[in-house]
Design a protein around this ligand. Sequence first.
Ligand code: SF4
Ligand code: SF4
Length: 510
Amino acid sequence: MIIGRWIQQFDQWLNRLTTGVSFHGGVHPAQHKLISTHQPIQTPPLADKLIISLTQHVGPASIPLVEVGQRVLGGELIARCAPPLGVPLHASTSGVIVDIGDYPTSHPSGLPGPCIVLQPDGLHELKVFQPKDRPNSVQSLKAILLHAGIIGMGGAGFPSFRKIANKAGQIHTLIVNAAECEPYITCDDMLMRERPHEIIEGALITAHALGATKVIIGIEDNKPEAALAMRQYRPMPESDTHIQVEVTVVPTIYPMGSANQLITQLTGNEIPSDAHSTDLGLVMFNVATLAAVYRAVIIGKPVMSRVVTVTGFAIDKPCNVEVPIGTPFEHLVNWAGLQTPHAPWLMGGPMMGTPIHHPQTPVIKTSNCILVNLPEPESETLPCIRCGACMDACPINLLPQQLYWHAKAEALDKLEALHLKDCIECGCCAYVCPSQIPLVQYYRHAKVAVKKDKAEKDAQQRAKQRHEAQLARKEQEAREKAERLAAKRAAMMAAEQAENTANEAPKELT
Ligand code: SF4
Ligand code: SF4
């Protein structure tokens, strides 16, 4: 065990020395980022209908507050949050609510989900926004994050107000995830080039409220323009000048943008499997999330739009667009020009993206990219040759080949012992596998099976505990009944004896 750890540490040290990368594994897929960065962020015309999903975030669906036929203004609250993990939703522009029902969503299952459909009137009438004072406490920051409907816009979708510690001073460093390591995606890159003030001010507002003293912005070295723009920005006079802001350029390697990998790269800290970054006084936000914080505080505006990369070799003019939440992907793809009608669509990048089954699937707060590439010829899956390439590529230091065997055999206990739950589904193992085994698909199914098995075991355990409690209660009742009977019998006997004694006494006297 100890020798294994030493070998691992030596391996990491060697890796850092030769590549500058602090974590194990990783891969270098072709970037294809330049195709979408030739022009500034564009604003396409409004779509005819905006399909605003009620399940854009991790947690329960938001609850509609509007009715069909109701007119709403841009930024108006249209759905409230369902506790404990929900967030509210706001109208992306002015218009009329034309339906509330199930529509296509980007959920991996491809199943439709609940949505509010807004028909824009093109007037862009906005609810009057009230800028807020810069929050001075964790609680006031949390309230702003919640009311503005801010979630992790880098893809995680976790409500931001739930991500931060409850007390000031628990976080000393805010890490800005600006790595954007997935191939093709450039929305964060363009946001940093064009709006560094939104990101850095958003970071300073967040860090100040948390009581953090440092902001570290991690940018991959394939985005020199973004790094320059971020370095050249000078904070507003009302910003907290005591917070140190550091822009750190990190090597381009996938998955540098994964939270724990970027933290290891920037701070040298490894987050243990059963801990959170907040345990080490660190919290991480994506650049788009911090820009949303800036808009919520400085303009008072909730999340109504986002920047999306529309790209791929089946798109005529790959670019970045800022669009209202709810815009159907089809609208964007048609606007950017679709060359190949039957090309598959992905939301996200080629490594971790979700297949889009319906062209009307709408942009949600976490949609960073719509990728449309020419269909690839079906590749034949071959047996595992035990080459170990997957193990070398895994950034979490797992044993992907063994996970694969056990996932195939549905050996759930072994999968747990091999830390399947720590797999971040980055796809590095499948990317390097010469046998073209869709390893991640096996892990996803296995995770579902492990979860189901655990739920069943928990249910069995609860049933067993209930049964044992029932038995214990019955035994107790029987014991108490027996005790009551015995007491009653004893009382009767005592009474009988007393009566006998009383009857006998006068005889003796007479
Ligand atoms: S990379 Fe593929 S073939 Fe090689 S050990 Fe892993 S699963 Fe087997
Ligand atoms: S998908 Fe999981 S097992 Fe494969 S490389 Fe990524 S973390 Fe490792």
